[in-house]
Design a protein around this ligand. Structure first.
Ligand code: FES
Length: 178
């Protein structure tokens, strides 16, 4: 009995290689074509424009896996992740919940944390003007708050990157800095 045909994704056409493979599967006894060697031009690995385009099309649009949640096992810890072109800050708050933020202060955008491994601490303090954040991203304190009349700390949490407890994220989110 033949398996039902699977519908092609809308607008997608099989490649020449996929068609050839399908032909081989349909008629396994037919002579196989002589294998050929294909070459990949070195500029595919070196061209900055290609790298930027691949990064935008893949890393900027697809959910990405940062790693196993066990890489940040302890509650009350934080670490950075810079591998995908945006500075990320991964935290596990005191309740054990994982978060992923843009690793930038909401005041002037200073990089908040530099450690690549889990770093314990009840709060994250910006090295520039000492704004302090909780590991859940809340802006907890502003030194000399009287110099920011009318500021609403509740409106300035760390910028959250959409993610899951498995530490995968979607990188297309944007960041605004005050
Ligand atoms: S840039 Fe972070 S407190 Fe000013």
């Amino acid at each position: 009995m033949n398996a039902p045909a699977l519908p092609l994704a809308r607008g997608r056409r099989p490649t020449a290689g996929q068609l050839r493979l399908a032909e081989e599967c349909r008629d396994p006894g037919r002579p196989k074509p002589t294998p050929t060697i294909s070459e990949v031009a070195a500029d595919r690995y070196l061209d900055p424009a290609r790298f930027a385009a691949e990064r935008a099309r893949l890393f900027g649009r697809m959910p990405l896996c940062l790693g196993p949640s066990a890489m940040l096992p302890e509650a009350g810890t934080a670490m950075t992740h810079d591998g995908f072109g945006k500075p990320l800050l991964i935290t596990r708050d005191r309740g054990g919940v994982l978060h992923v933020f843009v690793n930038a202060c909401r005041h002037r955008g200073t990089r908040l944390v530099d450690s690549t491994g889990p770093t314990p601490g009840p709060r994250i303090v910006c090295p520039y003007h000492a704004w302090a954040y909780g590991l859940d991203g809340a802006l907890l304190a502003i030194p000399r708050a009287e110099t920011f009349p009318g500021i609403d700390r509740a409106r300035l949490p760390l910028v959250r990157v959409p993610g899951t407890a498995k530490l995968s994220v979607h990188m297309s989110s944007s960041c605004s800095i005050q």
